[in-house]
Design a protein around this ligand. Structure first.
Ligand code: FMN
Length: 247
């Protein structure tokens, strides 16, 4: 049975749009017969990497920082697939960044050049063979997810494992209206479930499922108007009630 670790980097945990998309995605993975562990880095005590390369040259494969990451290393070593659930926070949520930096002990710095780039690889005791990305952004275009895609691709290449592809969900908050999925939003969530199954059954995501997850949910102009309205509304001076103003 395949083991999948899904990392939800959102600071909003279950309340976030990343969690909304990951829920059916994880169901799809489980329906396809794999085991899933879901972790929220913000709920762990994960200190930032101190950049000493202790895990590469002093005590290879072992991080000297004694915090919750020590509990996660065995799980990460034993998983087959790593899924990064990465919301765009210009560029990443802080806890996610620390988590990614602290993956360094899993990587062996035996360097080689591939396609004009210097790359490392995973240590032999790390089972991971694939990395996939599920990313959510607030604004309209898929291009807002570009940095997350770059980060995930770079990490897969530096681990020398297969990049299984990405589900990009721009303007993700429009999946819901008054707390319920719209018709289009429901199609996005159904596609996310299908994508979870595909990841296990064929190792990546079909173009059809990727397109459906990314489908526009609202015209670009309408999104701009709604965001700008919410902003200007929140900055309007509060209107005093008759009682407060004494009239
Ligand atoms: C600090 C911060 C920076 C953000 N930067 C961007 C951005 O550059 N582009 C974008 O499209 N959305 C941006 N967003 C919007 C988030 O991607 C969006 O709210 C998303 O739903 C967050 O996922 P979550 O709800 O799971 O936390 C930003 C949000 C935060 C909190």
């Amino acid at each position: 049975m395949k083991n999948v670790i899904v990392v939800n980097g959102s600071a909003r945990c279950e309340r976030g749009v990343t969690a909304l998309l990951l829920a059916p995605f994880i169901e799809g993975i489980r329906e396809a017969g794999a085991e899933v562990e879901l972790i929220y880095p913000i709920r762990y005590h994960i200190k930032p990497c101190t950049g000493e390369f202790h895990c590469w040259y002093e005590k290879p494969g072992s991080c000297y920082i004694k915090d919750d990451m020590q509990d996660l290393y065995p799980e990460l070593r034993g998983a087959d697939i790593l899924v990064l659930g990465m919301p765009v926070y210009i560029p990443l949520p802080g806890a996610m960044q620390s988590f990614l930096n602290r993956l360094c002990p899993l990587i062996e710095p035996l360097l080689e050049t591939r396609r004009g780039r210097t790359r490392a690889r995973l240590r032999e005791d790390v089972r991971l063979s694939r990395l996939a990305l599920v990313t959510v952004s607030g604004w309209w275009e898929k291009g807002n997810c570009g940095t997350a895609v770059r980060v995930a691709k770079e990490l897969a290449a530096d681990m020398s494992i297969r990049y299984a592809g990405a589900l990009l969900r721009p303007h993700g908050s429009f999946i819901l209206h008054h707390g319920e999925p719209t018709d289009a939003g429901r199609r996005v969530l159904d596609a996310a479930r299908k994508a979870g199954g595909e990841l296990i059954e064929k190792g990546d995501f079909s173009r059809a499922v990727r397109r459906e997850v990314s489908r526009p949910l609202v015209p670009r102009g309408e999104l701009r108007t709604r965001y700008n309205w919410a902003y200007s509304d929140s900055n309007r001076p509060p209107v005093k009630s008759d009682q407060e103003s004494g009239t």
